[in-house]
Design a protein around this ligand. Structure first.
Ligand code: ADP
Ligand code: MG
Length: 691
């Protein structure tokens, strides 16, 4: 690979003085024309295309096929093999349409090519019965099955949908794949108006085709290889733009000043002594890395990632105390009030012991208390609140927990005006590639393993009809003095109806399975004081079971809680289940998590895969990757809206090598069209996103 690339560099030395003129000069503005400007696209179709995000000619050109047809042999009907994808060409003899059970329909056509006839069938496309007139010629791609020829794609006339390597666009309810293909065909001639933002020299060094050729290749490839080379070219540009933008941001930060916090001192020494355990090597490593950052006047931007329960909070408090021992303030920001309260409970005692003032700042605290809280050495609060202009007199270190929940946007807003050192913490492990792409300007510290005393959580998956077994096991463990969480189903509903459902479930359990135990109910509708009180009672083991909505997802930390039952677990996402599960397994006792799902045949394949993955591993990084595989690269960690992680062509898991190449290339990009493209990309995102 390297050798090949080097060769093209030398080839690049022989560039001619002037290139031969192209038949007509490209006109980039044509690409911004609305889809209606394309032949055969009227207002109604334009509206439907808009729902696919296709508004301009450019959008259509950049609409990526989901997959391609394979190469399939054209065979005579008399020689049709069973169960192998092939193409047949013939004439329609007759057509029938039949309703099936449910609201399904079947269209059947007898087709002959002179050698024999076959019965071709389509499901749920009733309108086809009118198009397939007797006597019309058809080209069908599909497989011979038990009841006839199952048609996968078809053409009336010329081979397009059935051609080898024909692009297959993402299905949409509103619009037939065939129509999308027709619109793309109409847009393709405009590919030559696409200017290539990549410098020619870079393109040659990386052996990348011209952008317009790449676009043509993804829509009309002559082979799968060609389609993939086109995709890689486009993915490379996406990754490069992002990397250049991120590098710019990092450079801007170099010009901002933060206080240098020097070396750790007396307070830190006492903190280490006060901890009831020795730090793990991973924690020590993270601390060394952040000490290095804090000694500098460049504001720290570090991501501390580690699985749930890996011991990040200890490191976070360390960072906050580094501010305090320099006479400055530290702030710990959480996404929700419950989590803020939980963090506060976790660190308040330790702070007291060290003579450090620590205050909780929530939207429910009265104005007077807020002002007082804002003067504490360590302030714990919700991100929203701290951001909304509570003046922290002398903030030097901010820890932002669960970064992904804020998205990229808020993390920037905080930096505005003041320049504290910032440590972002996340318990949703982000695969390393993704961390590089989305948070590319952050240095990353990783707590790869939890404290050694942890036992992996034993996870099992059962269906509803066996749920009673789970409660039998639960009552036994409760009888032995353990505590438990029961997580209520996640229904698409308001906070209020979720709360009601949780209350009802708690009531039901108090009367039935758990009547001998003390059951509390935690949900988002409780007043903060009540919620705090409930958590404190659970922590003090005045309650055995906490029935909860997903408000316990993050931060709740009770080592004696060793059992979790998740009801209708199939409704939850993989990352969310992993987060939930992280509430148990926090002490030395063996912990259990039971996932209760609906009946197997009611579950989607992806739901089954999620539940199985959770039983198979407790490794958050592996689960995060599985999650990405199951969901595709698009919707990631709630940053989708930001546009920055929303790739059309790049695949964050598979394109690792491409990403590295883009990173390397980004260091030497001079002024030119590429920089303009970066401006355009980053301007499309809200400006504050990029502060
Ligand atoms: P995270 O924030 O990463 O989810 P925490 O910092 O809350 O994890 O730690 C989880 C639990 O492990 C806490 O009860 C904490 O006191 C404990 N813990 C943290 N570090 C260590 C360590 N080095 N040895 C033993 N226990 C630890
Ligand atoms: Mg924690």
């Amino acid at each position: 690979m390297t050798a090949a690339r080097r060769q093209t560099v030398f080839a690049g030395l022989d560039q001619p003085q002037a290139w031969p003129p192209t038949p007509r000069a490209p006109r980039a503005q044509r690409l911004d024309a609305p889809v209606e400007s394309l032949g055969g696209v009227g207002a109604a179709l334009a509206r439907r295309l808009a729902k696919l995000g296709l508004a301009s000619v450019r959008d259509v050109l950049e609409h990526r096929p989901r997959r391609y047809e394979t190469a399939a042999d054209e065979v005579r009907i008399a020689a049709l093999p069973h169960d192998e994808e092939v193409v047949v060409v013939g004439e329609v003899l007759n057509v029938e349409r039949r309703p099936l059970r449910g609201r399904r329909t079947l269209v059947r056509a007898r087709v002959s090519d002179g050698s024999a006839t076959v019965s071709a069938q389509w499901f749920n496309q009733p309108w086809l019965a009118d198009q397939l007139r007797p006597g019309s010629r058809v080209r069908l791609r599909g497989k011979l099955g038990r009841f006839g020829f199952d048609v996968r794609s078809y053409d009336l006339g010329e081979a397009r949908a059935t051609a080898d390597f024909a692009p297959v666009y993402p299905a949409a309810e509103e619009i037939a794949a065939k129509t999308v293909r027709r619109v793309v065909d109409a847009a393709l001639p405009f590919a030559r108006d696409v200017l290539d933002p990549l410098p020619a020299e870079l393109r040659q060094r990386e052996s990348l085709p011209l952008k317009r050729d790449a676009l043509a290749a993804i829509h009309t490839p002559a082979s799968l290889d060609e389609a993939e080379r086109g995709r890689q070219r486009l993915a490379f540009e996406e990754l490069l733009l992002l990397q250049v933008g991120i590098a710019r941001r990092a450079a801007e930060r170099e010009h901002t000043l933060a206080a240098s916090l020097g070396e750790p001192g007396e307070l830190i020494r006492r903190y280490r002594e006060a901890l009831p355990f020795a730090l793990t090597p991973y924690q020590e490593q993270a601390i060394r890395e952040l000490d290095g950052d804090l000694a500098s006047t460049v504001p720290m931007q570090r991501l501390l990632q580690g699985d749930v329960g890996s011991g990040k909070t200890v490191v976070a408090l360390y960072a906050l105390l580094r501010a305090v021992e320099n006479g400055r303030q530290g702030a710990l920001m959480a996404p929700t009030e419950t989590l803020a309260e939980q963090h506060f409970l976790t660190i308040a005692d330790l702070c007291l012991e060290l003579g450090v003032t620590c205050a909780l700042l929530t939207s429910s605290s009265p104005k007077r208390d807020r002002d007082a809280a804002a003067h504490a050495d360590v302030v714990v609060g919700t991100h929203a609140l701290i951001q909304e202009g509570v003046e922290l007199r002398d903030l030097a270190v901010a820890v932002v927990d669960e970064q992904h929940r804020f998205g990229v946007e808020q993390r920037a807003a905080l930096v505005h005006g003041r320049a504290p050192h910032i440590l972002h913490m996340t318990a949703t492990p982000i695969p390393r590639t993704l961390a590089l792409t989305v948070y590319g300007d952050l240095a990353v510290s990783e707590i790869a393993k939890p404290p050694a005393s942890r036992k992996p959580i034993v996870t099992s998956w059962i269906t509803e009809d066996r749920a009673s077994e789970a409660y039998v096991r639960l009552t036994r463990l409760l009888g032995e003095g353990r505590q438990a969480y029961v997580v209520c189903p996640l229904i698409e509903a308001s906070e209020t109806s979720l709360a009601r459902a949780a209350e009802e479930e708690a009531e039901r359990l108090r009367r039935a399975e758990l009547r001998e135990f003390r059951v509390g109910c935690l949900h988002g509708r409780l007043r903060p004081a009540d919620r705090r009180d409930l958590m404190a009672r659970f922590t003090a083991h005045e309650l055995d079971v906490l029935v909860a909505t997903t408000v316990i997802e993050v931060g709740v930390d009770v080592a004696n809680a060793t059992v979790m039952i998740v009801q209708e677990a199939d409704r939850f996402g993989l990352a969310q289940l992993h987060q939930l599960r992280g509430r148990v397994g926090r002490g030395a006792e063996q912990s259990y998590c039971v996932l209760v799902s609906r009946a197997r045949d009611e579950l989607t394949e992806s739901a089954q895969a999620r539940l199985q993955a959770l039983c198979d591993t407790t490794d958050g990084f592996r689960l995060a990757e599985t999650d990405l595989e199951l969901r595709g690269g698009g919707a990631l960690l709630g940053t989708r809206q930001s546009g920055l992680s929303d790739f059309r062509f790049a695949h964050v898991l598979r394109d690792r090598e491409l990403l590295e190449r883009a990173r390397t290339a980004s260091r030497e990009v001079g002024p030119g069209p590429l920089q303009d493209a970066v401006d355009a990309l980053f301007a499309a995102v809200e400006p504050q996103t990029l502060a």
